[in-house]
Design a protein around this ligand. Structure first.
Ligand SMILES: Cc1cc2nc3c(=O)[nH]c(=O)nc-3n(C[C@H](O)[C@H](O)[C@H](O)COP(=O)(O)OP(=O)(O)OC[C@H]3O[C@@H](n4cnc5c(N)ncnc54)[C@H](O)[C@@H]3O)c2cc1C
Length: 481
């Protein structure tokens, strides 16, 4: 990344771009960067793409990340008391596509990390009362249902993974993919795996029973099914600190990073882009001039406001809906050691597997083991489900369980929140009507328009390593290699 100090008026432009239509002049910037590719967002998709662009494809890059460090949904809490890290965001990496090779390349030893052997207790978090639920999770019935699930969906894998490049035209979409997942489950008789699918990652889709099957597959698809059937592996760094992956990426990108920074204004042009990047800590501006733009953040209206979207981009993104996800570590002397308190509607008793919590909800309190006093919570809601509301709900869940005698009295009234991450918009999806009207194809037709390229969950799937594989395809198309 080449940085030139101030006096931008005197700097000749690499790319002739029209004057910015918005408020900020180029002279507001105190430094300037001229690169081949500007990458916005450095989580799973942006961080991986940046390494490949720089190290494999020989491109100059500028990576604009709003956080103080890289990693996006990876949240590692380094517990000073336990003297070790606890991951309360991303838990594991599927051995999919380039995953193992990328760990090797970063010099990160890895191995399978067996899930903590927790005992489940089922509680209706709406009331705080125990539920007599006979689960199928991890039973032989579950495995049988997962095998059936895999047999049904594997033939469509190439239409869906690692992205929707070859998604069929509306008249050729397999009808099952557009069924609400609850109907798909009943059609194929796979009720016995619903509890597992929801608890592992499906919950992120929110109202999973009514979400289109194709989008449940983006949260729990063939790679995850194969992992639970023991066909594929899932692993973590041996340090058991998932953030190690992004610490290593950050070290390799060092001088290419603009941290604590967001794009506040843009002019995009087929011959090049100008980004006004504001450092949120110092208030200073850097002008990034880039031949290509790779946007690796969710295309919500708030995120897209500085990018001067054209009419087609606006039209396509306006149809996307999403969930808002939070994860945290909480503690209280009366939370049970070695137990997972699983949010289960009372209507699910004794074994109605399709009776699932509806947003906004906390999915569970999971003891994090290793002799700790840490419990992980996972919350899913609508766009208005901010940190304040999510933390109020988790505290209410706890108080209700105590009021019902589900948890013992004693100790402080409220939970202590030790760590928290608002993961923001996730699981972006269209409705069935939009998919039938060709919105997947319209979404993908945005790739490369105005030399702007798109990666991240909205374009692929909600898995770290699937996104890395998606990036490999995307970068090939972007650079014609
Ligand atoms: C609680 C939780 C658990 C998960 N567990 C797993 C798991 O075990 N295994 C797995 O494979 N996947 C897991 N996932 C999903 C996976 O992490 C996501 O699918 C993946 O991170 C999405 O990658 P992304 O690049 O789209 O977004 P992110 O990884 O979120 O990266 C986006 C980046 O952009 C930055 N950013 C956002 N807005 C701006 C802006 N305006 N300007 C500049 N920068 C911006 C963010 O700070 C972030 O660093 C989990 C997700 C969550 C929330």
């Amino acid at each position: 990344m080449r940085i030139f100090s101030a006096l931008l008026a005197a700097v000749s432009l690499v790319v002739a771009a029209p004057p910015p239509p918005a408020a900020l002049p180029t002279s507001v910037a105190t430094s300037e960067v001229i690169v081949d590719v500007a990458v916005v967002g450095a989580g799973a998709s942006g961080g991986y793409a940046a390494i490949r662009l720089k190290e494999d494809l020989g491109k100059t890059i500028a990576v604009i990340e709003k956080g103080a460090k890289l990693g996006g949904h990876v949240s590692t809490y380094d517990d000073p008391v336990a003297g070790r890290g606890f991951d309360f965001g991303v838990q594991t990496f599927n051995d999919y596509g380039p995953a193992a090779a990328f760990f090797d390349r970063l010099g990160i030893p890895y191995s399978e990390n067996p899930r903590a052997g927790l005992t489940d207790r089922y509680v209706d978090f709406n009331t705080g009362s125990n539920v007599s639920f006979v689960p199928a999770a991890f039973s032989p019935n579950t495995l049988g249902a997962l095998e059936t699930f895999l047999q049904v969906v594997e033939p469509w894998e190439e239409l869906l993974l690692p992205g929707y490049w070859d998604f069929p035209s509306p008249e050729n979409i397999p009808e099952d993919l557009l069924l609400p997942f609850g109907e798909f489950v009943v059609k194929h008789g796979i009720q016995d795996c619903v509890n597992l699918v929801f608890r592992v990652t499906g919950m992120g889709t929110g109202d999973m029973k009514n979400r289109l099957t194709m989008y449940v597959l983006s949260a729990f698809g063939p790679p995850m099914i194969r992992a639970f059937l023991g066909i594929d592996s899932i692993f973590t760094p041996n340090s058991r600190r998932n953030i190690e992956v992004y610490e290593k990426i950050q070290a390799r990108l060092a001088s290419d990073l603009l941290l604590d920074s967001t794009v506040v204004q843009t002019t995009r042009n087929t011959t090049g882009h100008i980004l006004w990047v504001k450092n949120q800590s110092t208030g200073t501006y850097t002008l990034v001039r880039a031949a290509k733009l790779l946007i690796a953040i969710e295309p919500t209206p708030e995120n897209m406001a500085p990018f001067s979207l054209d009419a087609e981009e606006e039209a396509v993104f306006s149809k996307l809906e999403h969930q808002r996800v939070h994860a945290g570590i909480v503690t209280h002397p009366q939370l049970p050691i070695g137990i997972s308190l699983v949010n289960t509607p009372s209507s699910a008793a004794p074994s109605n597997f399709l009776e699932l919590p509806k947003p906004n909800f906390n999915a569970r309190f999971d003891h994090m083991g290793a002799g700790s006093n840490n419990w992980r919570v996972l919350m899913v809601g609508d766009d208005n489900f901010d940190t304040c509301k999510a933390q109020a709900l988790v505290k209410k869940n706890f108080r209700d369980m105590r009021a019902q005698g589900t948890l013992p009295a004693g100790g402080p009234v409220d939970l202590e929140i030790k760590a928290w991450a608002d993961h923001g918009a996730m699981h972006m999806h269209f409705g069935a009507e939009e998919v039938r009207e060709g919105f997947i194809q319209r979404l993908y037709a945005l790739q490369g328009r105005t030399q702007t390229w798109w990666t991240g969950g909205a374009f692929s799937h909600q898995f770290q390593t699937v996104l890395w594989a998606f990036d490999d395809v995307l970068l090939g198309r972007m650079l014609g290699v």
